[in-house]
Ligand binder design. Structure first.
Ligand SMILES: *Cc1c(COP(=O)(O)O)cnc(C)c1O
Length: 350
């Protein structure tokens, strides 16, 4: 037996109370609709075991993942019938898995409807494309006998531009209303996080927020009601004194203009801290801003620590993670910032 692992040099704290509060805020904005939760990509990078309990505590009962491989982690927390797989069955093996496990497949095509029927069928969701042209049944295929034979629980569609004031939003709403009037289904669902902020016209029977559960501001209207959930810290491995003319990091893209103190931090692009967060970006020590100098590398990032007199090797720095602000600074989307968080962060409730 190897000894117990020492503490990690990278910490990711999930504020469960904020996650619970965010779900409840989105549920209120969903009016009379039920509110589910998109927990694909390991709960948007937080880790399923930390993301699910606060959502269940809040009242969430329906959970969406993208892949079948994501199902087992959810079944430690919820019953199979509470889990829907957005990508649907890609082959007979996946359809058989859905049938045997009791999870709910989302049917996105005539072929998937046939695979589901061949696997024995049963309640499923049906995703119809109303304008995103990504994954989902084309409206023209609704008359196919394999679709007509489905036992549809939730009739779904997905908004392409809910985060903007695009004319497409109203058009997709109108098309979805048309579907809701003609396609037999127990319930209807259109809105993601941004769609919830468009108003209760978009809510129907079930909403499917993801990003804003985890602190993302999908639309400006949500900035007052959504709280940050994730906070990140990385440890200083080494302090060094640079002389004027010393270059830092790969390709020495930074050169010290004067003597200065630099801190080398256990954080890199393998942790989801991509190179676009380098020059112009910062880390924080007790509220003091420490500019990043040189290239972010796979495991290491260097900051100018001249302003942090008290900083010692072994101290932890805060990694800025206000999602809309960081997104605007580095050009990554709020979704990419969350789902890119690497495996080396020690994820803890806190
Ligand atoms: C990811 C996803 C959601 C959640 O979207 P957010 O923008 O993160 O709120 C909802 N529905 C579908 C089909 C999705 O793929």
């Amino acid at each position: 037996m190897p000894p117990d692992l020492p503490a990690s040099t990278l910490r990711l704290q999930v504020d469960g109370a904020a996650l619970t509060a965010n779900w409840r805020a989105l549920d209120r904005l969903s009016g009379s609709a039920n509110t589910g939760a998109a927990v694909k990509a390991d709960g948007y990078g937080l880790g399923i075991d930390l993301a699910l309990p606060p959502l269940i505590k809040a009242g969430a009962r329906e959970f969406f993942v993208a892949h079948f491989s994501e199902v087992p982690a959810l079944l430690d927390h919820v019953a199979p019938a509470q889990v829907a797989v957005l990508h649907g069955p890609a082959d007979a093996g996946q359809a058989a898995f859905a049938a045997a496990s009791g999870i709910v497949p989302v049917i996105n095509s005539v072929r998937q409807a046939q695979l589901w029927a061949e696997a024995g069928g049963g309640p499923c969701h049906l995703m119809v494309d109303t304008g995103i042209n990504r994954l989902g049944l084309p409206m023209g295929a609704l008359g196919d006998p394999a679709i007509a034979a489905l036992e549809v629980d939730v009739l779904m569609s997905h908004l392409a531009s809910a985060d903007e004031d695009a004319a497409l939003n109203a058009l997709q709403l109108e098309r979805f209303r048309g579907l809701a009037a003609t396609v037999p289904a127990r319930r209807r669902s259109l809105a993601n996080s941004a769609g919830i902020a468009l108003g209760t016209d978009y809510a129907f029977d079930l909403t499917r927020p993801g990003l804003s559960l985890y602190g993302g501001i999908a639309r400006e209207e949500l900035s007052d009601v959504i709280a940050p959930v994730v906070s990140l810290q990385a440890q200083v491995l080494q302090l060094r004194d640079l002389s004027a003319g010393d270059g830092v990091g790969y390709n020495t893209i930074f050169t010290a203009q004067r003597p200065m103190r630099a801190a080398t931090v256990s954080l890199g692009y393998a942790d989801g801290f991509l190179r676009s967060r380098g020059p112009g970006g910062t880390l924080l020590f007790e509220g003091e801003t420490l500019p990043i100098i040189g290239r972010v590398s796979m495991d290491l990032t260097v900051v100018d620590a001249s302003a942090a007199n008290a900083l010692k090797e072994g101290d932890f720095l805060d990694i800025p993670f206000d999602l809309p602000t960081v997104s605007a600074q580095c050009g990554l989307s709020q979704y990419e910032l969350l789902t890119g968080l690497g495996r080396r962060f020690l994820r803890q409730a806190g």
